[in-house]
Design a protein around this ligand. Structure first.
Ligand SMILES: Cc1cc2nc3c(=O)[nH]c(=O)nc-3n(C[C@H](O)[C@H](O)[C@H](O)COP(=O)(O)OP(=O)(O)OC[C@H]3O[C@@H](n4cnc5c(N)ncnc54)[C@H](O)[C@@H]3O)c2cc1C
Length: 366
């Protein structure tokens, strides 16, 4: 314990709104496999130091100390068995034991730095030796997101890398929407890729485009204009399947409906190939159709934006911060932690782990 006197300024009436809604209300609070490979940043190594000094197991120790029951959903993703409210209670208890005060409904009007930071708020003027900015990103404005963190960085002359919504559903272009908009609610297991990255997992058709875990992951790497490639039958040798069924008089869309949702198979076959009985195709056509099924290309129009993005990609340039302390090199005493920093995690508990680890790193020095 460093016995610092700590005051948290929160402009909303409720604290930790994003933790409350996280993981569908069960808070995917960490991922056992968290490493720098799971994060996107202009400096991919920046997060290593903080992640190594407060690991998923350190957070699990806290969870267990507070008797919170949890489970592993898949591949290291840990969720509360009860609700995300338990994590918020954990923080409230820890804060109260450490004498941390939380000022809710507190609007920050201005920040100045003389010997100390002077913060003008609707609760009056406050002074502090250190200022830790944990104001989050721009996503989900209705939960309290503001640009304040980036504004403070710019005020102190720090660079902010370009920002964009990520872990966000993608939106179809008009033509694709006309074709596939009617499939809203249909999901299938696929492998999606763009550029050099690819993810296996479910994709979900929405009334505006594509979502589901694999698409959300991909959105972290997708930039406007880039095509995405969808392997609709990733675990199959599709050509071998066609060859095995080559005597069948069944229409190809009905054969594919055994492996894909029937409504999608029908739509896709109607649009992408000439649908006829399986025994009427040549071997060459089988090869072409197999290739199309495993390389379906779409160029999305855009994303659903910050309203529906789980995170903001980009943030305070890591070159401006010490990776050990999170302190701004140009502004001693000023620290940035969590999502406001240019460190963005993949889906699966990595973003909260970054918030915990970077917060801990700053807490050791601020
Ligand atoms: C719907 C949804 C689900 C998610 N699920 C998960 C999940 O399961 N696992 C996971 O790892 N990540 C998840 N995330 C991402 C994760 O919640 C964030 O990355 C994480 O909360 C970032 O922590 P932070 O402390 O940096 O910022 P935040 O949690 O956003 O906290 C920032 C705080 O600053 C306050 N604030 C902002 N501006 C001001 C201002 N001007 N004055 C005073 N206070 C201000 C905000 O009200 C907020 O309380 C999810 C995000 C969303 C939107």
């Amino acid at each position: 314990m460093r016995r610092r006197s700590v005051l948290v300024l929160e402009h909303m009436e409720k604290i930790a709104n994003k933790v409350r809604v996280s993981g569908g209300g069960r808070c995917n609070f960490t991922n056992l496999n968290a490493s720098s490979d799971n994060y996107v940043s202009c400096n991919p190594s920046f997060c290593k130091s903080a992640l190594a000094r407060f690991t998923p197991y350190d957070f699990i120790d806290m969870i267990e100390k507070h008797g919170i029951k949890y489970y592993e959903k898949e591949a290291g993703q840990l969720f509360c068995k009860g609700s995300s409210g338990e994590i918020i209670s954990l923080f409230q208890k820890e804060c109260s034991q450490a004498g941390v005060e939380i000022q809710r409904g507190c609007r920050i009007d201005s920040i100045k730095k003389k010997d100390r930071f002077i913060i003008a708020t609707n609760y009056g003027v406050m002074e502090s030796q250190s200022l830790v900015v944990a104001a989050g990103g721009l996503s989900y404005p209705k939960l309290g997101a503001t640009e304040k963190g980036y504004g403070i960085a710019r005020q102190f002359g720090l660079n902010v890398t370009p920002l964009r919504p990520a872990l966000v559903p993608l939106v179809f272009k008009k033509k694709d929407l006309d074709h596939f908009g009617g499939l809203s609610g249909v999901s299938l297991k696929a492998a999606v890729s763009c550029g050099k990255v690819s993810f296996d997992g479910n994709i979900l058709f929405t009334h505006r485009g594509l979502s589901g875990p694999a698409i959300l992951q991909l959105s972290l790497y997708w930039e406007r204009g880039m095509p995405i490639t969808v392997n609709l039958m990733p675990e199959m040798d599709v050509y071998a399947l066609f060859m095995a069924k080559r005597q069948s008089r069944m229409k190809i869309e009905n054969l594919l409906a055994g492996y894909l949702p029937a409504s999608f198979a029908k739509k896709w076959c109607g649009l992408c190939i000439q649908s006829k009985p399986v025994n009427r195709y040549s071997e060459k056509e089988f090869r072409e159709i197999a290739c199309k099924l495993q390389n379906w290309q779409i160029i999305p129009h855009g994303t659903e934006g910050y309203e529906k993005a789980e995170v903001t990609l980009g943030g305070i340039d890591t070159d401006e911060l010490s990776s050990r302390t999170m302190e701004a090199k140009k502004a001693p005493g000023l620290y940035f932690v969590g999502e406001v920093v240019d460190v963005t995690g993949q889906l699966g508990g990595f973003n909260l782990q970054w918030a915990w680890s970077s917060g801990y790193a700053a807490g050791e020095y601020a």
